[in-house]
Design a protein around this ligand. Structure first.
Ligand code: DQA
Length: 144
């Protein structure tokens, strides 16, 4: 089993960026944790973080035929990137959307996700634990 973990803009600053909202753990901590989880199934995890919409779209396109599913935290692109949404719809890979913070308890522009209709489901507000639950659920789905 091979899964693509995608993180969007500003998530490279995880741990330093607004720690009261996003916590103190870094993106590297997230990746290490998910790699460990993947070992349970002898699986592979590829990670890609980019601050650029086109890079994320390219990574989604490349995932087709290489990975069986995608975990994505699109950052602020969540709220307005139809291009990212179309890319996810195009590759038809099972995808789970993760948000570290509870976007529904924050500014109203964060309440809407244009990505949500093309993913299996969302995990919101559970901190970086959300990535692990997303991965476990995705692998269960892939194995079925
Ligand atoms: C986020 C929520 C988004 O609204 C924000 O723009 C982010 C991070 C989250 O993980 O909580 O960059 O996706």
């Amino acid at each position: 089993i091979s899964v693509l973990l995608l993180n969007g803009p500003n998530l490279n600053l995880l741990g330093k960026r607004e720690p009261e909202v996003y916590g103190h753990e870094t993106l590297q901590d997230v990746v290490k944790r998910l790699e460990k989880v993947m070992e349970e199934w002898d699986g592979d995890l590829e990670h890609c973080q980019s601050n650029h919409e086109g890079d994320l779209i390219d990574a989604i396109h490349r995932a087709k035929g290489v990975h069986q599913g995608i975990i994505i935290n699109p950052g602020a692109f969540t709220h307005y990137s139809y291009a990212l949404r179309d890319a996810i719809a195009a590759v038809e890979l099972p995808t789970i959307e993760v948000h570290i913070s509870n976007v529904h308890a924050r500014e109203s522009f964060r309440h809407h996700s244009v990505i949500a209709p093309v993913v299996i489901g969302q995990i919101v507000g559970l901190g970086i634990d959300g990535y692990e639950w997303a991965l476990r659920s995705l692998v269960n789905k892939i194995k079925k």
